[in-house]
Design a protein around this ligand. Structure first.
Ligand SMILES: Nc1nc2c(ncn2[C@@H]2O[C@H](COP(=O)(O)OP(=O)(O)OP(=O)(O)O)[C@@H](O)[C@H]2O)c(=O)[nH]1
Ligand SMILES: [Mg+2]
Length: 358
């Protein structure tokens, strides 16, 4: 008979945490059938041997990989060894309290496909984090929400503690870089309902953290790779191309209205700017965001108005950056304007994906 819940735990030099971890999981899951699958990257401190020694008493499996290939890839490998339909993932260092697992299971029973233990919903938090680590964590999540819009419905897409139904990952091509396996699953898995359960990410009591600057860089690489694989990079490139076409429309019309039609240049400019905003809008609506267009003229005009407002504010961003860099920092105004255009593009894109083409 297959076990009901399989918990995958990646380990690297976690010897001092293993016994307490297994005991607490056994206690928390005393009403369930379960198995614990450790994926160890050849720890030098005897983690795998200690975990293996628990197997006569507890339902523990230990898989040792010869080369250290990272946390997220350990979880992907682990998926190949587990038996249950319900699969959990957690760290070994007790920062993920095993007592939360039954609450996650309840969410699955109530209809969720993925249940995430979250630091950023009610009841959640991080114990003992300094300001810098808080900012990095929030910044990382903001970046995911910004660049991978389908993660926006999840408050903590960077959590390493979650459970899911096997079907979510059954056909998924998972190719994570670094630490954030959940991000990969949220982007590549198949699911409808995600639930989040608040929990406190406690401080590590034993062993050493493996988190370092390399993981931060891996995170950026991972986001870039997901943007490429899921078409979000192409979307951003299309948005920039449309922006360039808008500059051409703006300049061409300004020249035509002023030189050929003889209008006062500021009146020509006002007409050209608005025309380029509308032409950008139409192109973006059909070319950049075809999947986000809601049918109906009402929603078309509501998107148009929103995009217009975004662009007006974008103009403010452009001018603000230009003024700041030129007047305050003494940078040559043409260079400053390039920075202004870059800032305004990011502003327009962010607000467009968050509001106009939600
Ligand atoms: N198999 C495997 N496991 C890893 C690797 N790196 C980290 N782990 C495990 O992944 C889990 C999380 O790693 P931590 O170093 O605790 O990372 P963190 O919790 O984000 O950071 P801290 O809060 O500083 O502990 C732990 O169970 C580690 O043993 C790795 O390269 N391979
Ligand atoms: Mg940890």
């Amino acid at each position: 008979m297959s076990t009901a819940i399989s918990i995958i735990i990646p380990t690297y030099n976690e010897r001092d945490n293993i016994i307490a971890l297994v005991k607490r999981i056994a206690q928390a899951l005393s009403n369930y059938e379960y198995e614990i699958v450790f994926i160890d990257d050849n720890s030098s401190d005897g983690t795998a041997e200690l975990a293996e020694s628990l197997s006569p008493k507890y339902p523990v499996k230990v898989i040792v990989r010869k080369n250290k290939r990272g946390l997220a890839s350990a979880v992907v490998d682990g998926l190949g060894y587990v038996e249950s339909e319900v699969i959990g993932v957690m760290d070994a260092d007790l920062q993920h309290p095993p007592e939360v697992i039954p609450y996650l299971v309840k969410e699955l029973v109530s209809g969720a496909d993925v249940a995430i233990a979250s630091r950023y919903v009610k009841g959640g938090g991080c114990q003992g984090w300094g300001l810098i680590r808080r900012i990095i964590s929030r910044g990382a999540i903001f970046l995911a929400h910004l660049l991978l819009p389908s993660t926006r419905k999840v408050k903590d897409p960077a959590s390493g503690f979650f459970i899911l139904n096997r079907r979510v990952v059954a056909n998924a091509k998972l190719r994570p870089t670094g630490y954030k396996i959940l991000l990969e699953i949220l982007m590549e898995g198949e699911f409808q309902n995600v639930a989040e359960v608040g929990y406190i990410f406690t401080t590590r009591s034993k062993g050493e953290s493996k988190l370092n600057a390399r993981q931060q860089i891996d995170y950026l690489k991972h986001i870039y790779s997901l943007m490429r694989r899921t078409g979000e990079l192409l979307r951003f490139i299309k948005f920039c191309l449309v922006g360039i076409s808008g500059i051409l429309v703006n300049m061409g019309l300004l020249w035509l209205l002023t030189e050929v039609a003889g209008l006062f240049y500021l009146l020509s400019a006002a007409i050209s700017i608005e025309t380029s905003v509308v032409s950008n809008f139409v192109l973006n609506d059909f070319f950049t965001f075809p999947d986000r267009r809601l049918p109906g003229s009402k929603s078309f005009f509501s998107r148009l108005v929103k995009y217009n407002l975004v662009c007006v504010a974008g103009l403010g961003v452009n001018m603000g950056v230009l003024w700041l860099l030129t007047d305050v920092f003494g940078i040559y105004y043409l260079i400053a304007n390039l920075c202004g255009i870059a800032a305004a593009t990011l502003w327009n894109y962010t607000l467009s994906t968050w509001w106009a083409w939600k």
